[in-house]
Design a protein. Structure first.
Length: 261
């Protein structure tokens, strides 16, 4: 398979350096930094109430940990991390590094995207790549992978409803982090009754359009591609008569394996 890739222009790279960089981040984010020895770590920062603030990739880079975040969230993320810094020996600063991502054989220095094999690789450097475009939305929809600023809403989304366990974005054995108590309680003491799911869609609807099931509010529809859509849904209202505006929705005949877990 020939490699395909492209520059990613809506990302910002933050550098966290200093002797306490690992312990500092370990006490804040949802995943275990011990996994950096294997490549990228996908994680999120939460509120104390367990709600999503930002998601990002942690990137090993010598004596620095890079944070690959959505550009629109980067400034607020730096402020939030700085608020927690206190006396920790860390420096948090933006960089001029760029992100490239692609499919096929990974080039030297690239890392596999840990969320799903179909998302290919990511590479970090001073100059972005410029190779053929890829329909990333189609890949995200097919595998129900939410995106910051579209499906993932700060101060609103719960990461387990967003599939972070399936996407390898949370670790339940790492110990405390901000929002850990609520997240652990959702994991061990409750059954998820709502969350993201990929549905078949006939037609189209603006992102955020409400879904009705048998006339009752059931959720919202988000990214759409190839006759499918990522939807946030109350699972008890998944039915055969769902609409979002003028579009009609239904359960897929063969749900993706990762959605059935």
């Amino acid at each position: 398979m020939t490699a395909q890739g492209e520059a990613v222009h809506d990302r910002a790279i933050i550098a966290v350096s200093g002797n306490d960089r690992v312990s500092f981040l370990q006490g804040l984010v949802t995943n275990d930094l011990g996994k950096l020895g294997d490549g990228l770590v996908y994680a999120a920062l939460l509120t104390a109430q367990g709600k999503y603030l930002a998601d990002f990739f942690l990137v090993p880079r010598g004596d620095t940990i890079l944070i690959d975040a959505k550009a629109e969230q980067a400034e607020a993320l730096v402020r939030r991390l700085s608020m927690y810094r206190l006396r920790a020996a860390v420096t948090i600063a933006p960089t001029d590094l760029h992100v490239s991502r692609g499919l096929g054989p990974a080039p030297d220095g690239a890392f596999a995207d840990p969320r799903h094999p179909e998302l290919g690789w990511r590479r970090y450097g001073g100059e972005p790549g410029a190779l053929p475009g890829i329909d990333w939305d189609a890949i995200r929809v097919a595998h129900c992978i939410p995106e910051a600023g579209i499906e993932l809403i700060p101060d609103e989304t719960y990461i387990l409803e967003a599939g972070f366990e399936r996407l390898h974005g949370v670790d339940f054995r790492k110990g405390c982090y901000v929002g850990q108590e609520v997240t652990a309680r959702m994991k061990h003491k409750t059954e998820l009754r709502k969350g993201f799911i990929t549905l078949a869609i006939d037609g189209a609807a603006p992102v955020g359009t409400g879904i009705l099931s048998d006339g009752k509010p059931a959720g919202q529809v988000f990214t759409q591609s190839g006759g499918r859509a990522i939807a946030w849904l109350r699972f008890d209202r998944l039915g055969d008569d769902m609409t979002a505006g003028d579009a009609r929705l239904r359960a897929l005949d063969s749900p993706a394996p990762e959605q059935s877990s």
